[in-house]
Design a protein around this ligand. Structure first.
Ligand SMILES: Nc1nc2c(ncn2[C@@H]2O[C@H](COP(=O)(O)OP(=O)(O)OP(=O)(O)O)[C@@H](O)[C@H]2O)c(=O)[nH]1
Ligand SMILES: [Mg+2]
Length: 212
């Protein structure tokens, strides 16, 4: 299937916050009730439509466990967008968000245009809530992040989190904040393919992947 852009995503945050479950709901519409610890990095993809554009999301789900940090760090640099996930029932996972952000920004190494969404997951566990929605919102606002609460179990906001951040990336492209001519110098790869659709000409596909 043809698409206008391909965005690389990374999903980061403490172990057990529900990163893999969010990805599984988004790509497969399934919930995994058992913690199936991610080793290193896993991968998923799905198409979304923003405006009239078809966009392929290539999503890297990283391991939250400290032991894998050196592997996962290397994936930050080329991402167009990131979901930084915490668990609303475990305060310490929210307390660690600042250090995740710092690490992401260090690793991004000049890629200041990465779109980051802070995600408070497990919103279905309202009775065990340890971080208020307002606190999440406030942190996001202070740090220039988008914000959403989700549930990988009930699918609450799962369909919204990825497209909303994708449309923010699209907006940056439109506003010229992501300059595709400059990006092309640092692209992982730029795929240009020409489909001869009768006499209708040329179809162009650009893979957006920031700052190598
Ligand atoms: N109630 C509830 N449980 C969830 C939700 N999301 C994930 N879980 C549970 O939380 C546990 C951890 O989920 P994972 O998605 O494996 O966590 P992770 O962030 O990928 O963890 P690492 O791979 O170790 O970094 C599992 O038992 C999930 O079933 C949610 O939205 N609600
Ligand atoms: Mg995982």
């Amino acid at each position: 299937m043809s698409f206008a852009y391909k965005f690389r995503y990374i999903v980061v945050g403490d172990t057990g916050v529900g990163k893999s479950c969010l990805l599984l709901q988004f790509t497969d519409k399934r919930f995994q009730p058992v913690h199936d610890l991610t080793i290193g990095v896993e991968f998923g993809q799905r198409m979304v439509t923003i405006g009239k554009k078809k966009i392929k999301l290539q999503i890297w789900d990283t391991a939250g466990q400290e032991a894998f940090r050196s592997i996962t760090k290397s994936y930050y640099r080329s991402a167009a967008a990131a979901l930084l996930v915490y668990d609303i029932t475990r305060r310490e996972t929210f307390n660690h968000v600042a250090s995740w952000l710092e690490e992401m920004r260090e690793q991004a190494d000049g890629n200041n245009n990465i779109t980051i969404m802070l995600v408070g997951n497990k919103s279905d566990l309202a009775q065990r809530r340890a971080v208020s929605t307002e606190e999440g919102e406030q942190f996001a606002k202070e740090n220039g992040l988008a914000f959403m609460e989700t549930s990988a179990r009930t699918r609450h906001n799962v369909e919204e989190a990825f497209p909303q951040s994708s449309s923010m990336v699209c907006q940056k492209i439109q506003e010229g904040a992501i300059d595709l001519s400059k990006v092309s110098a640092v692209l992982h790869y730029v795929v240009l393919y020409f489909l001869l659709a009768g006499a209708y000409g040329v179809h162009l596909t650009i893979v957006v992947s920031l700052a190598e």
